[in-house]
Design a binder for this molecule. Sequence first.
Ligand SMILES: Nc1ncnc2c1ncn2[C@@H]1O[C@H](COP(=O)(O)OP(=O)(O)O)[C@@H](O)[C@H]1O
Ligand SMILES: [Mg+2]
Length: 245
Amino acid sequence: MPSLSVEGVSKSFGSNSVLRSVSFSLKEGDILGIIGPNGAGKTTLLNIISGFLKPDCGKVALDWLDITKLKPHMIRRLGIVRSFQIPKLAKNLTVLENVLASLLFDASKADLSEAKDRCVKVLEQLGLKDHLYDYPTILPSAGLKKLELARILASNAKVALFDEVTAGLSDDERKIMLNLIRSFHTEQRILVIVDHVLPTIIDLCPRVIVLDKGSIIAEGRPDDVLSNKYVIESYVGEIKYAKAK
Ligand SMILES: Nc1ncnc2c1ncn2[C@@H]1O[C@H](COP(=O)(O)OP(=O)(O)O)[C@@H](O)[C@H]1O
Ligand SMILES: [Mg+2]
């Protein structure tokens, strides 16, 4: 039964204390939203879970296995798949190859033609059908975001970490993405959704944590959390945006 736990994770860069004893745990089927102002530590937390950064103290465990010290490719092989807030794509691979390459990590090693069909289907659903054999450099920024998302949606992730995947998209594009994320979710998967676009979090996540200056300042159902006065104080602009929606 997949479970993900983050226990007392702290991280500083020099004198900048970016995460302060962050803890939470998730079980299979859970969808957790993480919100917080710019610089709150959200991406750093995803970097630590996916092994791209090591915490100063604390622990990350997947299915009770301590993964804190594992390298990113090992963590990916165990089934934790992430997207990057700033898309990280191989410029010398086509759009299709970029998605396919990330599937080579999957432990199940589905045969290549089945994996390719899955990639093509996901890219079509994301509206990238006409760009399968193009290089990603020709895509506009929304296209690059979709390609980042495709790498998760075509995978066999046990745990999927989404970092601002709907930022900068039109409302219609965002709705398509949300539907795809919803159909990707199963009772066996854990999703962690970091997003600045609060309607994305409200639509997708039954549970939310709020990070502010590296600490969890609130946790619970989106409605309750977003009416919490500390959250409003730390996050006032976006709250107004969410209520206007
Ligand atoms: N590799 C790094 N080196 C130094 N400082 C970093 C690094 N990564 C993030 N930071 C700092 O950590 C803080 C939190 O950043 P980040 O996790 O990206 O926040 P968020 O995703 O919530 O906007 C910021 O002050 C940022 O400048
Ligand atoms: Mg970030």
